[in-house]
Design a protein around this ligand. Sequence first.
Ligand code: CS2
Ligand code: MG
Length: 402
Amino acid sequence: MSTIERVEVLITSPGRNFVTLRVTTSDGVTGLGDATLNGRELAVASYLENHVVPLLIGRDPARIEDMWQYLFRGVYWRRGPVTMTAISAVDTALWDIKGKVAGLPVYQLLGGRSREGVMAYGHASGSDVEEMLDDVARHLELGYKAVRAQVAVPGIAGTYGVKKGGAYEPANSALPEEQAWSTEAYLGFAPGYLAATRERFGFDFHLLHDVHHRLTPIEAGRFGKDVEESRLFWMEDPTPADSQDAFRLIRKHTTTPIAVGEVLSSIYDVQHLITEQLIDYVRCTVVHAGGITHLRRIFDLAALYQVRSGSHGASDLSPVTQAAAVHLDTAIPNFGVQEYMGYPEQVAEVFHGGATLTDGFLNVSDEPGLGVTYDDEAAARFEYSPKYLPVARRLDGSIHDW
Ligand code: CS2
Ligand code: MG
């Protein structure tokens, strides 16, 4: 029997921080798993190094489900983003190994191809409406069929989702940047620019918008109602999902579709959202929601309730996650859309292969496993330095959800 012989926790920062787990078997097969939790990278690295790696050595890499149960139930302290990210890394690496051993791409192990390509949505943004509209035009020219639109709220410094320079990178400082927030200013402004986007470009593409947990349920109900004529593909994270019940109130007021899940890490976090049909898209990801094994379980539950997938795919999720996500997206029946932000240029020096974008659709190659390799020499050139996500304060100085 082949056993797990070596497990390495690799940290690098090619334009942004990434933690990667590399598992090597006694037969010399290696598998990669992403273990990046933005702004909390070393917590996961330490959890893996001190509490998970010693448990893996000598075990059978083929027993993916058993390993998942062992790491989830065996920890006693259940769930939570640090634990679930660590489990994800192990799970993803074992799927990569299984694919290589079988000589098959991971999507084949998941049941094979259900679609020819995975529709991606890109990020259009601007410091004002004109800039955002130009960015939407650029995305449509590039072939995107789905575009997310975000504009800086006038008078409010540092709105989430808006690029500074070339790329959007919210984890940008050694200590958290403090950004301002005004719900009134946002609600008075955002519906107008979404309408302006439809006015200029029509309805022949999918338009998305991220509320980023900023509204109360009744405010979100009003927002959803105000944007109904813009026919959004979804409004994302209209309110924090700490209370799944809160979404009932939003549903009473609007038919704008709802997407939730990027900060959630287990099936229990989305159980009622799904089974009560309080959302339309579940946005959990491979890296933060327990790997391919657990995300498949979430998507299968969602399929029973006509909820589709819409995995988080920001640039703080490594190319290993993106590849794993596209393998899963390719295979599941209830795929919706896949977020795709792209990466800083240097990322391709460290991670080779992975998902590729053509005419708005992502695909993975037929290489065995996930199809991503890690370049140790390149990785060594990019040293880790801590970077935090911002925090938000209302205009009176009190903390708001970022
Ligand atoms: C965002 C993310 O992609 C999204 O929808 O909400 O950019 C999010 O802010 C980051 O992933 C946080 O690390
Ligand atoms: Mg989001």
